[in-house]
Design a protein around this ligand. Structure first.
Ligand code: CTP
Length: 871
């Protein structure tokens, strides 16, 4: 018996190919594996003639002597019929328009033709053999061709497809019927899914190619996902697109490409699927959506790329030196060679690499005569001449080295440095209009994310900033925390802009355009634009920072955006996106910050980061705790080293103060303080400072007290310095003199120092008084707490173990503190009282009487005060 089958989830091309094959193998049984696409099922239920199609579950395979497979040649796609493959004496014939692959079923006859639809191949054979077909058969076959060629519009369409449609029409194919099945409306569910796909679409720029990736989840298997993929592609006109939908236990995957060098059949093959160069798909069982996405992106990175090798990147031969040569001489050799590194050789082999940056530092500290041995890095990661640029990029960024030596066999050809890498991407991969090179490793376009995340006005403002810069011949980028938070989906309206060009001129122009004003700091090339009464934008020139001495403030020079990103603290803060008209929204992420954001990692950009700027040891903890990330092990080692070297002591104390304030301003900062203690960083605030158990308990109580304060919504809201309350908690174990020393050393604002000191001086005594069991009059409570700031009062509440004392402070804050006298000094002078010290005394007594509810009205107040004078 002959049995004709096709792939599971049959579409019209599969169904039509089976019907056509039966014309070539008369008497064969048609058997469908698995389920079918919705439209196919509907069509079958309406067409009685097709009742001759059977389902795999109803058919015994025993007597099959010839298996005819159409529209696929993969065993994994033909359901139960796969059991027949390899059966002794069984003949297999295949008709398929998918290119052959190594995984194909071995067949006695395998007919392949590069056509838009498999039906076309079979229709041509029918035509050649002059086999008669019915109008219904012609209609089904036309449906097959129309569907797989997008009504003859897909780039995969061939002349033969068109010829065969013409032949089928001449055989009576009903094009109205064809059209009614092809142009089916999307169901509600499909529309929702399409919206999900459009919303989720990310444009990745992988090795300079724009790739759209859309992902969604669906409760059930999506029968006609290729239609949705087609709609998405049609709507946005992507060159390369991937659509993936997670259902309960599978990921459906559809891939499309219009580019000759992006073969999506190969890409689908990675996931066990297949298809054509330009259209392919897979059903993936053992991975979830994010695993598929990750695998896909990794694969694309390593497979679609221009071919640049290590040997093409070497810009100059590195100078060489012996391990005992003095630092200064090696520095001079490097400077003379025009590079940034030297190779240190010891008895023929490479012992280390010295960077001019490190040598300059050593010289400035008086170590110019020391042997280079102590100042080189032993971390060497040699590569071969034909190592790809991407592999080198991974080494340089992941191992945190500035350069890698390149070998051809045993011969050292030179080295590829970080700058060579940037230059490579600069010159080769990208071209920008106006003859300007951009060379940036843009990896993703954030336009749709920007649209989704910000109010319309904000997105327009960003575009306006870009256009204004364009018009001045500059390039503008959004940068730093603003970009990080956009990617994280955390609200942040503090726009940080960097300008490749004159930032101050730009700020001036922007302020004018926005009818605002600006202030600038010439030395740093930064400015702030204020507009609309309450908005501000920080603008800076893209800069290269040179740290003359470790821990000193850097000298600033103009440089390209890549250098600006390289001077930053952590990978997650070293991303920018373009604001210019051309390429708006393109993310520049040379240090894989986005990956670290996804994986929750705080990673320094290079080994000297904490030496250059020790305040970063506090920032690392702040970001780690804020986002619930983890400082990655190498960065943690670098922090520990910087702590050990007491680098922080060389930094201006005010900068540490600002970092401490920032940490203590975070929500529930105890976690971060714990981590500071763990990394031994609290010693930089005060050598004796420890996070004791009572202090940690006090932090928790402050959280509670602040929650209460937020909930009571006092009428006269005080702008609270929350950080100050937590700082008071942290310093609670220190004595008054130690706290005074911290206030002086870190130059806290006078008002803040006064609050800390008043807590130190008054809190214990006041709490003792307020904890008394006996009844206290409101005036007594008022007298005890008057003059203390809200921060100090809240800290006292947190500190007190006694509910009575807490209650009394709450009463003070919510009732007594706001009580004022209606009677004024003038009222007393009008009564003939001469002003003097007794005046204040009288008013105070009157206030006490009012607090204690002995008097109420203004007349009573005046009467009370006058009686006080008389007595
Ligand atoms: N930066 C740095 N090193 C520092 C301080 C800042 O590299 N010591 C860079 C980072 O790129 C950072 C940007 O400057 O993203 C802006 O700094 P800042 O406003 O302090 O931090 P944000 O990242 O915006 O974080 P936050 O959300 O706390 O404001």
């Amino acid at each position: 018996m002959d049995l004709i089958t096709t792939h599971a989830n049959a579409d019209f091309d599969a169904l039509a190919s089976m019907v056509a094959a039966r014309k070539l193998y008369p008497g064969a049984r048609l058997v469908l594996p698995g389920s079918q696409e919705r439209a196919v099922r509907e069509f079958m239920s309406l067409s009685e003639d097709l009742a001759k199609i059977e389902y795999e579950r109803d058919v015994s395979l025993e007597s099959v002597s010839r298996l005819i497979i159409v529209e696929t040649r993969l065993a994994g796609r033909i359901g139960r019929m796969a059991q027949l493959v390899g059966k002794k004496g069984l003949e297999v014939h295949i008709y398929d328009h998918h290119p052959r692959t190594a995984e194909d079923i071995k067949a006695e006859k395998d007919v392949y033709k590069k056509t838009g639809a498999t039906t076309t191949i079979l229709a041509e054979l029918i035509k050649k053999q002059e086999i008669k077909i019915t109008p219904l058969e012609a209609t089904i076959m036309a449906l097959g061709i129309y569907e797989d060629t997008g009504s003859l519009t897909f780039p995969t369409t061939t002349m033969l497809d068109i010829d065969m449609v013409s032949y089928l029409v001449s055989e009576g194919a009903d094009l109205n019927l064809v059209a009614s099945y092809l142009k089916r409306e999307l169901s509600d569910k499909e529309l929702k899914l399409l919206a999900q796909l459009i919303q989720s679409t990310e444009i990745h720029i992988i090795n300079s190619i724009h790739v759209a990736i859309a992902a969604a989840t669906s409760e059930e298997y999506v029968e006609d996902l290729s239609l949705l993929a087609h709609k998405l592609e049609e709507a946005e006109n992507y060159n390369v697109s991937f659509v993936m939908v997670q259902t309960k236990d599978k990921v459906q995957f559809i891939a499309r490409s219009n580019l000759p060098f992006v073969d999506v059949a190969k890409i689908a093959g990675v996931f066990g699927g297949g298809g054509h160069h330009s259209a392919a798909g897979a059903v993936i069982k053992d991975m979830n959506l994010s695993e598929v996405r990750e695998r896909l992106i990794d694969y694309l990175h390593s497979h679609i790329r221009p071919d640049i090798k290590a040997k093409d990147l070497i810009s100059a031969k590195l100078p060489e030196a012996g391990p005992d040569e003095p630092v200064r001489r090696v520095r001079d050799k490097i400077a003379a060679s025009g590079t940034e590194y030297a190779v240190i050789r010891e008895r023929g082999s490479i012992a280390g690499i010295a960077a001019i940056k490190d040598l300059e530092k050593a010289i400035s500290r008086g170590f110019g005569h020391s042997r280079i041995k102590g100042y080189m890095s032993g971390k060497i990661f040699p590569v071969k001449a034909d190592t790809s640029v991407y592999a080198i990029q991974d080494i340089i960024y992941e191992k945190g080295v500035g350069c890698v030596p390149v070998f051809e066999g045993a011969k050292l050809l030179g080295a590829v440095t970080r700058s060579d890498l940037l230059r490579a991407f600069h010159a080769r991969l990208f071209e920008e209009p106006r003859g300007k090179t951009s060379g940036r490793l843009y990896t993703l376009n954030l336009t749709s994310k920007i649209k989704r995340s910000f109010p319309k006005k904000m997105a327009e403002l960003l575009k306006f900033i870009g256009r204004t810069a364009d018009d001045m011949g500059f390039s503008a980028f959004a940068v730093g925390g603003f970009v990080r938070d956009l990617l994280l989906g955390v609200e942040n309206l503090d726009i940080d802009i960097v300008i490749e060009g004159n930032a101050i001129e730009f700020a001036k122009r922007l302020a004018k355009e926005l009818c605002g004003c600006y202030v600038h700091h010439k030395r740093f090339g930064t400015a702030t634009v204020f507009f609309g009464g309450k908005f501000k934008i920080d603008v800076a020139m893209t800069r290269t920072e040179i740290y003359e001495r470790p821990a000193a403030l850097p000298t600033v020079k103009f440089g390209p955006i890549e250098n600006d990103l390289f001077r930053r603290d952590f990978t997650i803060n070293a991303m920018a996106f373009k604001l210019s008209r051309h390429g708006f929204g393109e993310l520049l992420d040379p240090f894989k910050g986005r990956r670290d954001l996804k994986e929750g990692r705080i990673r320094a950009l290079h080994d000297l980061s904490f030496v250059d700027d020790p305040t970063r040891i506090f920032r690392a903890v702040r970001f780690e705790q804020r986002f619930d990330f983890r400082i990655e092990p190498h960065t943690e080692d670098l922090i520990k080293k910087a702590v050990g070297l007491k680098m922080v002591d060389r930094t201006q104390k005010q900068r540490i103060r600002e970092e401490m304030i920032a940490i203590l301003s975070e929500e529930k900062p105890l976690k971060a303080v714990r981590r500071l203690a763990e990394l031994n960083e609290l010693r930089f605030v005060a050598p004796a400072l420890k996070l004791t158990r009572p202090a940690a308990g006090l932090f928790d109580s402050v959280d509670e007290v602040l929650a209460w304060y937020d909930a009571v919504r006092l009428k006269r809201r005080h702008v609270l310095n929350r950080w100050l309350i937590y700082l008071g908690a942290l310093l609670d174990g220190l004595d008054t003199a130690e706290v005074q020393k911290i206030c002086d050393e870190f130059v806290f604002m006078k008002a803040d120092c006064a609050k800390l000191m008043s807590y130190k001086r008054s809190a214990d005594k006041a709490l003792l008084f307020l904890s008394r069991k006996e009844k206290l009059r409101p005036s007594q409570i008022y007298d005890c707490l008057e003059g203390l700031s809200v921060e100090v009062l809240l800290l006292m509440m947190a500190k007190s173990g006694f509910q009575t004392a807490r209650r009394r402070i709450m009463d003070y804050l919510t009732k007594y503190a706001d009580i004022k006298l209606s009677v004024r000094g003038d009222d007393l002078t009008k009564k003939g009282i001469r002003p003097g010290p007794h005046f204040r005394q009288a008013l105070k007594k009157t206030l006490h009487a009012k607090l204690d509810l002995k008097i109420k009205t203004k007349a009573e107040e005046l009467d009370f005060a006058m009686r006080h004078f008389k007595s």
